[in-house]
Ligand binder design. Structure first.
Ligand code: COS
Length: 384
């Protein structure tokens, strides 16, 4: 699956324009209101952003991973809340259905996910199961022709906007093999949302707990129809998500570097532009070189991801996705830190964009697997 090159270039140019002309000017409003204006949400639907990764036969744009990463690189160049809004539909919410769902599930859900009429969230994390995802406790008990689900899911991105959740629950014994992925509609009796999480950054991105108190779902809502496969579905979804996040990290590094260069060109000290001092240039050069390294990794690994059969688990590619996520998200942390340093005292003041981006990028090293989880995936693969 991929979009022909000519159409893809047109799409990429429209996204670039949209980011610069529509999203960048709205960044301050998103920061102030902690929300994304509805007219921008509508424009994002119109542009097809919700359906970037969904095949054309289900109403999406049908990008392959390499193309998705290029668009994600563009979306990463503005407040990360905009990307989060569409991120669960493009990635972790939808991909389990696309990879492992039944034909009926794909036909029922994917067109509405692609259009943005349905926001779908990914519900794996729990109060006592973060990095150790296989220990999750939410239980789904078979009852007649359905399952009754009880438990709590934590930090669920887009939960307040979600019409459905790709939700992992335990149907069997302990460990990964006892986990099943369900499609859980948001309006079911017994499903309630916690209060909004107050986060360090990424204002405008809505996250909260999802509480399930004896929520009854039909057995037909098991992704793929067969219990016990949910952990693998979640891991495959995260492999893809980790590449997407890596592209976002590179986009944001690009933006911070641009802000830093612009500041270094206009700020004068000791009678000249600070950018003419070699110590400032050294910081800019380190950021540029690391960004180039990270972006080259993303593109190379995305191509390898596209070369394997869709939805198949290739441990070598999973390991490389972890390398990429680890490197690029750590890289953007260093780029943001240097960005603040180049801005001096102004970098600590909220009117300057780097202050905000410095806080925003901190999350990239945590979600979809911490840096330490990526190290474990890489280390385990090398020792196998
Ligand atoms: N794709 C498909 N299957 C995978 C996989 C992948 N990327 N990674 C592991 N699996 C399979 C394994 O092959 C194994 O299958 P078998 O039982 O048939 O051998 C099964 O899943 C269990 O794997 P493993 O024993 O490696 O699981 P662990 O409990 O040791 O967990 C880590 C592995 C730590 C890597 C996993 O729990 C993880 O990624 N945790 C972080 C979760 C995360 O990213 N959370 C972020 C919140 S979601 S935004």
């Amino acid at each position: 699956m991929s979009l022909d090159q000519e159409t893809f270039e047109l799409l990429k140019a429209s996204v670039q324009r949209f980011v610069q002309e529509r999203l960048v000017p709205a960044e301050d409003l998103v920061e102030e209101t902690d929300d994304i204006p509805e007219d921008i949400v509508a424009d994002m639907k119109e542009l097809g952003l919700y359906g970037l990764s969904i095949p054309e036969e289900y109403g999406g744009i049908g990008l392959n991973m390499e193309q998705e990463c290029q668009v994600a690189f563009e979306l990463g160049q503005t407040a990360l809340a905009f990307r989060s809004l569409v991120g669960t539909n493009i990635g972790i919410g939808s991909q389990g259905i696309l990879m492992d769902g039944t034909q009926e599930q794909k036909e029922t859900y994917l067109p509405r996910i692609a259009s943005g009429d349905l926001t779908i969230s990914f519900a794996l994390t729990e109060p006592d199961a973060g990095s150790d995802a296989a220990s999750l406790k939410t239980r789904a008990v078979a009852d007649g022709d359905g399952y009754v689900i009880t438990g709590t899911k934590r930090f669920i991105t887009n939960a307040p906007r979600a019409g459905a959740f790709t939700l992992m629950a335990r149907t069997g014994g302990p460990g990964a093999g006892g986990i099943t992925a369900f499609i859980v509609p948001a309006g079911l009796p017994g499903l309630t949302l916690g209060k909004p999480d107050k986060k360090m950054g990424q204002r405008g991105t809505r996250t909260c707990d999802v509480n399930l108190d004896e929520v009854r779902v039909p057995a037909a809502n098991i992704i793929g129809g067969e219990p016990g496969k949910g952990f693998k579905t979640a891991m495959k979804v995260l492999d893809r998500g980790r590449l997407h996040i890596s592209a976002i990290a590179c986009g944001m590094a690009q933006r911070i570097l641009r802000e830093s260069v612009a500041y270094a060109q206009q700020r004068k000290q000791f009678g000249q532009r600070i950018g003419d001092f070699q110590l400032i240039q050294a910081m800019l050069a380190d950021s540029q070189a690391e960004l180039l390294a990270g972006w080259s990794m993303v593109q190379a690994v995305a191509r390898r991801y596209d070369a394997k059969p869709f939805g198949a688990h290739d441990p070598e590619v999973s390991m490389q996705a972890s390398c990429t996520k680890m490197f690029t998200t750590e890289m953007v942390g260093r780029v943001a830190d240097r960005g603040v340093q180049i801005h001096g005292g102004s970098g600590y003041i909220s009117e300057f964009k780097v202050e905000r981006f410095y806080r925003d990028v901190r999350l990239l090293r945590l979600y979809e697997g911490t840096t330490q989880i990526q190290q474990l995936v890489i280390g385990k693969h090398l020792m196998n």
